[in-house]
Design a protein around this ligand. Structure first.
Ligand SMILES: Nc1ncnc2c1ncn2[C@@H]1O[C@H](COP(=O)(O)OP(=O)(O)OP(=O)(O)O)[C@@H](O)[C@H]1O
Length: 219
């Protein structure tokens, strides 16, 4: 689904952050992306989300060569990739429901056509009773789940999550992990960037480990 071949990335004239990274994210797969702080996990996620271009190497996304994707095609491909950012990026002046519905509204969909989907998804992530609350009132874990719901509303083929359990207590981290596993069972490929060894030990999943700019894959 997404393939990297000998990918290198540097910011400006800085050192190479990623070096010769070769990677395949298969359909319906589940993997953790780990490595020390500053190893380049967020950078790798940004490459997967097409918000960065590699400085060298080949990336193909849904069969398309990254270098040949036009500005017009980019939003269509991105819609197939859900992302949960480290800082959630919820809009504070919109309710939880409105935040999750926003990608559909932006596309010009009528509310009547998506109201049930948004409501069901919010119930699925455990926010059924927080739908009409503004994000500043949500707890860290609730914000996290709202961000997950927003990433899932367009039924992406792959979900990328950057440290999704970074700010939550262990019981909630386990709950979020169960949510990702269930999502994966329903057919979505999942990539979770995390430092949390305890979290990774709870699932027998692929591990992508970044260190010194290189990526090792443990199946
Ligand atoms: N926009 C940028 N411009 C220049 N350097 C950057 C930029 N973004 C990240 N870097 C550098 O790239 C390296 C990798 O950063 P990145 O955020 O990808 O690591 P990470 O593994 O996600 O770290 P953490 O676990 O601490 O979030 C770091 O040295 C960082 O300073």
């Amino acid at each position: 689904m997404i393939r990297f071949e000998n990918v290198g990335l540097r910011y400006g004239m800085g050192p190479e952050i990623l070096r010769d990274v070769t990677l395949h994210i298969p359909e319906r797969s589940f993997q953790f992306l780990s490595g020390p702080s500053g190893a380049g996990k967020t950078t790798l996620l940004r490459l997967l989300f097409l918000s960065l271009k590699p400085t060298r190497g080949l990336i193909t996304v849904f069969g398309k060569d990254r270098a040949r994707i036009t500005r017009h095609e980019l939003p269509l491909l991105r819609r197939r990739i859900g992302v949960v950012f480290q800082d959630f990026r919820l809009l504070d002046h919109m309710t939880t429901y409105e935040n999750v519905a926003l990608p559909l509204r932006v596309r010009g969909r009528e509310e009547a056509s998506y109201r049930t989907d948004v409501t069901e998804l919010l119930k699925w992530v455990g926010l059924g009773d927080r739908m009409h609350v503004l994000p500043p009132i949500l707890s860290g874990g609730e914000k996290q789940r709202a961000a997950i719901a927003r990433a899932l509303i367009e039924q992406p083929e792959v979900l990328l999550a950057d440290e999704p359990t970074g700010n939550v207590d262990p019981p909630l981290a386990r709950r979020l992990l169960r949510l990702f596993i269930e999502l994966n069972r329903l057919g979505t490929a999942v990539v979770i960037a995390t430092h949390d060894l305890g979290l990774m030990d709870q699932v027998d999943a692929r591990r992508l480990i970044l260190s010194g700019g290189r990526l090792d894959v443990y199946e």
